[in-house]
Structure formats: structure tokens, C-alpha cells
Design a protein around this ligand. Structure first.
Ligand SMILES: [Zn+2]
Length: 248
């Protein structure tokens, strides 16, 4: 179900440092990515789209990237959402919401921050520009999640969140969209692309005129972000709305 889940049980405990060849140079323990299936919804094209979140385990705990779908019932009805509680999805990994020490939202659409309220104990890393956009464009959603009570850590551009875990600002899908970069061994990294590209096809050919509805709120800015993402040449790309993992 994901690229790097095997062995999580044995390598994620405190003090269990992985000393494989090549890792010593940076003293960097490879982080592990586990994909969560959190929902499916009906896209504007009439097809069913999965909704994924990602757990990134590190020596000190776990980070959740995107929290799945939530919001007013009419939104869930409109999008024909078949939803799953993020707590149930975490339980499949023998985890509970309390095990998540930090949340990153790639952006604040209802299928990426919908269950943020489950993690009130955790700081939530989001771009400042994205929070402003949500407040401006989606006051209904902004109010629904009680963002005033949330512990937002507001970012202005690229940032290292933890050793080996970074966000890069990739505006275009929304004004404050960000992708997450998970460093592995030897300088390689995985990219959690969020909604910067819905599918591997769009990632492969961002110049196409056939963009699905909603892919880019600002096409010029979005294409710049896609150029940047592709120039980083990630080892693997993980999608929120597609089950394929693209390998370099
Ligand atoms: Zn989105």
C-alpha cells in the first residue's frame, strides 16, 4: 500500500537507529512514509478519486500530512464522499491520534484539512498565505473547523520542519499550497505532492492544456511550481488522489 512501510514496527522505536551503509555520513535515520486511505469522493469529472493522508515516522514520533475529509454535510453530499475517520485509519497502524505530534496541511481544502480538529493537541504547519486564502475564500470552512482554536504554525515559504522533513512552497493549486519532502538515504528524497498534481499524468506533463477542473487556480504560477518540483527530481512521488507512486 505504500513505498516504504515494511519494517516500520522494528525500526520506529526510540533508539532503534538504522546503521545501513551510507547512512553514517549524515547521521540521518531514514524517515518512513505510510499512506492512509481516508476517503473517496466523486470528482468534477464524475470519476471516484481516493483521498490519502500520510504518516511520516521519525525517531521522535510521527507526523501526519493531511487529515482527510470533513466539513458541512452538504459538502460531503455534493462530493459523494465515502468517508473514513482518521482515527480508524491510524488504528490500522496500531496508532491513535495522540501518537501524532505534528500535522502538516499541504493546503486547506476540505479533503486535506477536514479532520484537523482530531489533532487539537498538535501544532499544525501551514503556509500563512494559505490560511489567509481559506479565511478569505472559504469562511464557511474556516469557521467549521474552529481555526481560531487551532495551533497553527504559520510558514512563509520553504522550511525545515524536522531534520529530514521539509516543506516547499508550491503555489498555484491554491495560493498557499505546499509540498512535503522526506529525505532518505544518500540525498534521495520522497515527495508528498499534495494537490500540486492530482495524477501521475499531470506530474509527467504539466504543460498539457487538458488540466482537470480545479487543478490550478492560477495556471501561470502553478506551472512555475511544477517546473520547480520536477527540477528537484524526487526519487518517488506520492499522490493524494492517485494510488500510483511514481519512481524516478
Ligand atoms: Zn485541493
Amino acid at each position: 500500500m505504500n513505498g516504504r512501510a515494511s519494517g516500520r514496527r522494528t525500526s520506529s522505536g526510540p533508539g532503534r537507529v538504522d546503521h545501513r551503509a551510507g547512512a553514517g555520513e549524515h547521521e540521518q535515520v531514514p524517515l518512513e512514509i505510510t499512506r492512509l486511505h481516508l476517503a473517496s469522493l466523486q470528482g468534477l469529472d464524475g470519476r471516484r478519486w481516493p483521498v490519502h493522508g500520510f504518516v511520516v515516522t521519525h525517531p521522535g514520533g510521527a507526523v501526519l500530512v493531511d487529515t482527510g475529509v470533513g466539513g458541512p454535510q452538504e459538502w460531503l453530499d455534493d462530493w459523494r464522499v465515502v468517508n473514513r475517520s482518521v482515527a480508524d485509519a491510524l488504528a490500522d497502524l496500531d496508532m491513535s491520534p495522540a501518537d501524532i505530534g505534528l500535522v502538516i496541511n499541504t493546503h486547506l481544502h476540505f479533503d486535506h484539512c477536514g479532520q484537523n480538529a482530531v489533532f487539537k493537541h498538535a501544532p499544525c504547519y501551514v503556509q500563512r498565505a494559505e490560511l489567509s486564502r481559506a479565511e478569505r475564500e472559504s469562511p464557511e470552512l474556516y469557521d467549521w473547523f474552529g481555526f481560531a482554536g487551532a495551533r497553527f504554525e504559520l510558514l512563509d515559504g520553504d522550511a525545515e520542519v524536522l531534520p529530514g522533513l521539509e516543506v516547499i512552497a508550491t503555489p498555484g493549486h491554491t495560493a498557499g499550497h505546499q509540498c512535503v519532502l522526506v529525505r532518505g538515504e544518500g540525498g534521495a528524497f520522497d515527495l508528498l505532492i499534495g494537490d500540486a498534481a492530482y495524477t501521475p499524468r499531470i506530474y509527467a506533463d504539466p504543460g498539457s492544456d487538458q488540466l482537470p477542473a480545479g487543478q490550478a487556480s492560477d495556471v501561470v504560477v502553478w506551472r512555475d511550481s511544477m517546473r520547480r518540483i520536477r527540477s528537484l527530481d524526487p526519487e518517488r512521488v506520492h499522490f493524494c488522489h492517485h494510488t500510483d507512486v511514481v519512481h524516478r
